[in-house]
Each structure stands twice: as C-alpha cells, then as structure tokens.
Design a protein around this ligand. Sequence first.
Ligand code: S3P
Length: 434
Amino acid sequence: MTASSNLIINNSNPFEGKVSIPGDKSITHRAIMLSSLCNGTINISNALISDDCQHTINVCRELGANITIKEQIISVKGRGLNSLKKPKNKLYAGNSGTLMRIISGILAMQDFSSTISGDESLNTRPMKRIEDPLKMFGANIISENSMPPLLFKPSQNLKAISYTNNLPSAQVKSCLIFASLFVDGISVITEKIKTRDHTERLLEYLEYPISIKNNMINVSGKKSFKCKDLTIPSDISSAAFFIVAALIRKDSKLILKNIGLNKLRIGLIEILMEMGANIKIANQSIVCNEPIGDIEVQYSELKPINISGEKISTLIDELPILFIACATCKGISEFHDIEELRFKESDRIKSMEDGLNVLGIKTSSTTNSLKIFGDSFNGGIIDSNHDHRVAMSFIVAGTISKKPITVLNTKNISTSFPNFKNTINSIGAEVYEI
Ligand code: S3P
C-alpha cells in the first residue's frame, strides 16, 4: 500500500469460502523475545510477519540475537539470558505498544544503557504503568512525563518483587514477568483481573520454572529454557474482522482455520453468540500450550448487547469491530468500563464514534462508556486516525453500506495484517486504493 493508503469500499456480494488468517501478533512478539533469551535456536512457524513484529525482530537483533526469516518461519538463535549486548543504535518500536512495554522488562534489567522510542502515536502512549513497577525491581528509567522515549541505565540494586497489577494489562504483566527472569529469587505478580496469558504459557512450554495459581504468578529468576520449536496459532483478533463480516452480510458463510482460542481472548465469540450469532468451533486441539480450532461462521440476525467489567479484557482489541456489529443491530448496545480504549493506537472510543456518526449511526459516550443506536450505514469518508483496527473495522462496515465508504490513513493495517485488503477481496469484497 502507498504512504497514506486511502481505501474505498463498495457494497459486497455474500462472503463464502476459507480464509487464511495470519499468526497471532501477541504470541509472535513474545516468541521472538523469549527465543532471543534461549541458548540455542528456536524456529517459529506461522509467525506474524508484520511491521510491529519486524520491529521486535530488529530490536532483538540489536540486542545480539541472530534472527533469519524464511517462508513465514522465523529462526532465532539466542545465547542465553545473560548474553544480551549493548545496542549500537537507539531502539525503535514503531507503532507497537506491546513491543515497547514488554521489552522494557528486559532492557531495564541489563548492565548496559539503552533507549527506546516509537512513532508519533506510540510516543504519546502512557508508560507509567510499567515504569512504576520496574522501579520497584530497582530499575533506573528516565523519561519525560512517563512517555517514550524511555532511557534505561544499569542499576546495582535489582531484586525480586511482589506486585499486584490493578490495571488489566497483559503488556504490563508480561513486562514484569520478563523482568523477573533477570533477578535472583522468586517474583510474585498478581493480577486483579486476568488478562491474556501467552507469556506464562510460552514459559511453561519452554520448561522455565513458573507457577500460576488463580491470579498469582510466581517466576523464578536466572533459570534456563529448553529450546523447542514453536508454532503460532492464527490471530483471533485478525479473524474477528472476518467473523463479523460474515455475520452482517446476508447469505455469507466463512471458515477460518487454526485460530487461537485462548479462553482469555475469546470474549468476542462468546458475546457474538449471546447476540445470536451462528458460530461453530471444530477440530479443537492444543499447539505449543495454546488451544486452537476452526471457526465456522454464518450470517445471523444479531441482537444488541450490554457489556461491562471483567469481560472487557477478553475482547479489548475486538471492541472496534464489535461496535460495527452492534451498529447493525436493531436497538441500543452499551459498553461500560472501556476507558483503556482511549489509550490504544488511537483514542478508539473517539475514532469509532466519529466514524459511526459519519455513517449515520447515533452514539453517545462518557470517558469510559459508549452507547450505540443501531441502524443501517450510509456511505461517507472516515479517518481511521492511523489505527489499524479502526481502519479494518470500517472496511468491514463498507461491505454492507448503502453507498461506498472511504477510509483514510489505512497504512498501519500492515502493523497486524499486511495482506488484509487482498484477503477480504479474495472472498468477494471490493476494496480499492484511491
Ligand atoms: C496485548 C495486550 C493488550 C492489547 C494489545 C496486545 C499484548 O494491551 O490491547 O493489543 O500482547 O499483551 P494492554 O496490555 O494494554 O491491555
């Protein structure tokens, strides 16, 4: 796609067929980082090769890992927990909050200095949530207003900690688990609300000493991993756009294979089923300690929904596309406890509300809630605010809109789903660059 990448979407025919969904972004980031800390080579299959994950590869290379990519397999040769070297350059995380926050748990614990920054959007995202607990480990972090760039300096006083994470954030939890690997003793990380547990599952799979009891995670520092090849499930957060596309376009039926079905990530499927969606899961199995399965989804008449509380963290990245699904229902849908959406790649409550209003959908919002008054979509011009999930959500809306929808600034789709346009066009959509 070109630099600005504006897209126009026409009303589409029904969708039918099998869709190939790329590897899970959250797990790919973690797999690359953890493999870089192993002593040996790990081949990562079905990895997501996207802008965000490429930044993780670049950062891990700067830190000394030898990483090659061949036909969707990333091979990472690490030299052990204590092998990282001082990067020659300032590290760059691009648009990826996950990379910046998780790798900070590694950088803060090294005996060399480093700096990491991001793009314009990432450099405005809050980092206090990782800075405060990392400082409890004894880390030495310098930033302005707790926003990137972050400067890490060596510290003589690193120690294991006990910390309760009140914010439901898997990035924060994972940052602290990574930091725990580098200190003597056992660190205890407790979550008030459970969030995606991919880091914990990967560590268990690589036979690293970690124990999990309810919401409490115990991590022993300075132990070693077993080098084992990894297969990444396909990303439920990317599948989400196709699930909703099939549900809202009459006569559609899609099959999505080998999708990650981690119970802390499937809130969208559970909610859509409550809304009346015809979704079936088949061929369930476990791959590298993660549950996967095939999703079969058919057009369904959906009812509005009211969601709040712990459910939110199980579908946090799927809220933009769920808003689109709700906007097609007769009646009012309500979302509460969603303030975290204001701190994503864009303020997703605002981006989605603005876009829905352009399409003729009424909404009302507070700092941490959104009400959507379902109706049909008129066309219009929508700014995705350089947010990949907002862009893909409105592309899906365009497939059932009465008049075409133009979505501006869609380049960042390549952070999570580089082939999205071709994939949706391959099942019958009409999405063109303008
Ligand atoms: C992620 C955690 C979530 C999610 C993000 C990926 C992860 O962020 O929104 O896209 O891989 O850990 P928070 O930890 O901020 O909730």
